[in-house]
Write a protein that binds this ligand. Structure first.
Ligand code: SF4
Ligand code: SF4
Length: 410
């Protein structure tokens, strides 16, 4: 047997056993495990461990260690690997730069490819939606009902309806994300209102599609790449020079795929766009207080912004809030802890996601805040549901909605 034949034989055997070699672009991440000094900092800071204990979730270090073993052994981690919310805290605190959140994605991709029977059943619903409709949420059957729901939301929140702008020649693509397209429609409307108010030449996509983040989180790299490729094609065809989104998850995901697939245009969260492109003075002069009193507001920092994009985005968010008349910012002490809504955990282990949210909400209810504000519709929904269950009177607003409500209308 020649060397080449021997190589093909070994490769064939490995494939039969579902053992797939790491790609070059995965090796650096995988090798980061070798630097682990077992300090345990990642375990001490993991919000899932803090919420449900090591018996339920064996923790970040154990995920890393499992990957150093052979595939059948890390397949055995399937019951815990899907409980990671992908918050990124372990990577942030690790003194040796072990990239556990990315290792989680690599392991999930391998399980999805070779042992799909181990993927939690709860994830197949969202997978089907993604492959059937190219968005993470099933579109409304009845467009009129969808519009009625939108109108009800904007009326309740005191927002102004701005017709959709879909044009060939625009400077900015406004990408609201799946949650705001199909569920939290008030965030999409707020985004349009803000861009319109500041005279931005923007467009929406004629045919929206997901950025691919949920597919990537469940391990379906093929669908994730196909969705990203669709989006790249649309961005290129539009010829826009900037992309703006109101979603924290989309901000980090779009930044990643734009860099990887060489879109050649920057991606901003709305808060960054307002502070750096419109300018804080311009924003400040366009805002007014909603009532005579002072509203005490606390802030939740989405993991996808502070740990997957840049902490500067939340500095921008705070600068914006500070510019709103009649608002007093109250620190919560848990502003940068995970809301539990990430990593698709809520789709198959609601109790775990809720336990993480509960830790977060506990810190919020100990403040004097009357309102929680966060620049992410997913975090908004997660925290809102938990406060509601607790019977709390604290309201939750997406930051784009909060800003749009305070624009001085002509
Ligand atoms: S990414 Fe977050 S939830 Fe996942 S292991 Fe790390 S700290 Fe825990
Ligand atoms: S924080 Fe980093 S070095 Fe410490 S145990 Fe966790 S992975 Fe290892």
């Amino acid at each position: 047997m020649s060397e080449e034949e021997a190589y093909e034989f070994v490769k064939g055997t490995l494939e039969e056993e579902g053992i797939v070699p790491f790609h070059d672009d995965e090796l650096e991440t995988v090798k980061s495990i070798e630097n682990c000094i077992n300090c345990g900092l990642c375990i001490n800071h993991c919000p899932v461990v803090a919420s449900v204990g090591l018996d339920r979730f064996s923790g970040p270090r154990s995920i890393a260690v499992q990957l150093t073993r052979s595939p059948p052994e890390y397949w055995a981690t399937a019951d815990t690997i899907y409980l990671c919310t992908g918050c990124g805290t372990c990577r942030e605190v690790c003194p040796k730069n072990v990239d556990i959140p990315e290792i989680v994605n690599i392991v999930r991709a391998r399980i999805f490819k070779t042992r799909r029977d181990l993927v939690p059943k709860g994830l197949f619903g969202v997978h089907e939606t993604l492959t059937d409709y190219r968005t993470a949420f099933e579109p409304w059957d009845d467009v009129e009902e969808k519009e009625a729901s939108r109108d009800m939301r904007i009326e309740r929140l005191g927002l102004k309806f701005v017709p959709d702008r879909i044009k060939d020649e625009a400077d900015v693509l406004f990408y609201p994300g799946c949650q705001a397209e199909e569920r939290a429609q008030e965030v999409r409307e707020a985004g349009k209102m803000i861009l319109e108010h500041f005279g931005i030449n923007y467009t929406l996509l004629e045919e929206f599609n997901c950025c691919g983040l949920p597919a990537r989180l469940m391990g379906d790299d093929e669908t994730a790449r196909s969705l990203a490729a669709d989006l790249r094609r649309k961005v290129k065809a539009l010829g826009v020079s900037q992309v703006v989104t109101t979603c924290a998850g989309c901000t980090s995901s779009l930044n990643d795929i734009a860099r990887r697939d060489e879109w050649g245009v920057p991606v901003y969260h709305m808060v960054e766009y307002l502070v750096h492109e419109v300018g804080l003075d311009g924003v400040r002069s366009a805002l007014k207080a909603r009532s005579d009193g002072v509203l005490k507001v606390t802030v939740h920092d989405p993991c996808h912004l502070i740990r997957h994009t840049s902490r500067q985005t939340m500095q921008d968010a705070l600068a914006l809030l500070d510019a709103v008349p009649g608002v007093e910012i109250v620190p919560s002490g848990v502003s940068d802890s995970c809301c539990g809504g990430g990593g698709l955990v809520a789709y198959h282990a609601k109790d775990v996601a809720s336990a993480v949210t509960q830790e977060n909400v506990g810190g919020i209810t100990h403040t004097e805040a009357e309102r929680v504000v966060t620049p992410c519709p997913l975090c908004t929904a997660q925290i809102e549901a938990s406060l509601f269950r607790d019977g709390s009177s604290i309201e939750v607003d997406d930051l784009s909605v909060f800003i749009a409500q305070r624009l001085v209308m002509e």
